[in-house]
Design a protein around this ligand. Structure first.
Ligand SMILES: [Cu+2]
Length: 148
């Protein structure tokens, strides 16, 4: 009896250490402010798929009036444009990067007290019902991407 009780915590520990998360998760979040006041900032992050496909359709930021998901596209004329994304599929066990030049979340009407060196909490909403939060490092318009 005594031995069984002693073994129980070890089993719990093992299942908590599995390398693959059952659910999708998000990390490496950061935000680059715009050069001009009043212009939107852009948020970047990494989505890691769980054991099932999921999709992310909204990002909330308390300090922003509105957040949109966008993808930067290179047009035939060599000009870059952005198209809005309704949602982004995160296939099982896959990694989906939001990075400069590609997918990003656009933060409109960001509060003036969000300065380089501060952090923002991003809330990600998934079709599965999952809501995840990640803390994003805020950098200035000309700053390099933070090492995360
Ligand atoms: Cu955009």
């Amino acid at each position: 009896m005594r031995l069984q009780f002693a073994l129980f915590p070890a089993v719990v520990l093992l299942s908590a250490c599995q390398p693959q998360s059952a659910d999708v998760y998000v990390d490496k979040s950061w935000v680059r402010l715009s050069a001009a006041p009043g212009q939107p900032a852009a948020a970047y992050f990494r989505l890691k798929g769980g054991v099932k496909d999921d999709s992310m359709f909204a990002v909330h930021v308390d300090q922003a009036i509105k957040v949109e998901l966008h993808e930067t596209m290179a047009g035939a004329d060599g000009m870059f444009s952005m198209k809005p994304l309704d949602s982004v599929t995160v296939p099982a066990r896959a990694t989906v990067m939001f990075a400069p030049g590609g997918k990003h979340a656009m933060l409109f009407g960001l509060s003036d007290d969000v300065k380089p060196g501060t952090t923002l909490t991003l809330t990600f909403v998934f079709k599965s019902g999952l809501r995840l939060q990640d803390t994003a490092m805020v950098v200035g318009a000309g700053d390099p991407a933070p090492k995360l």
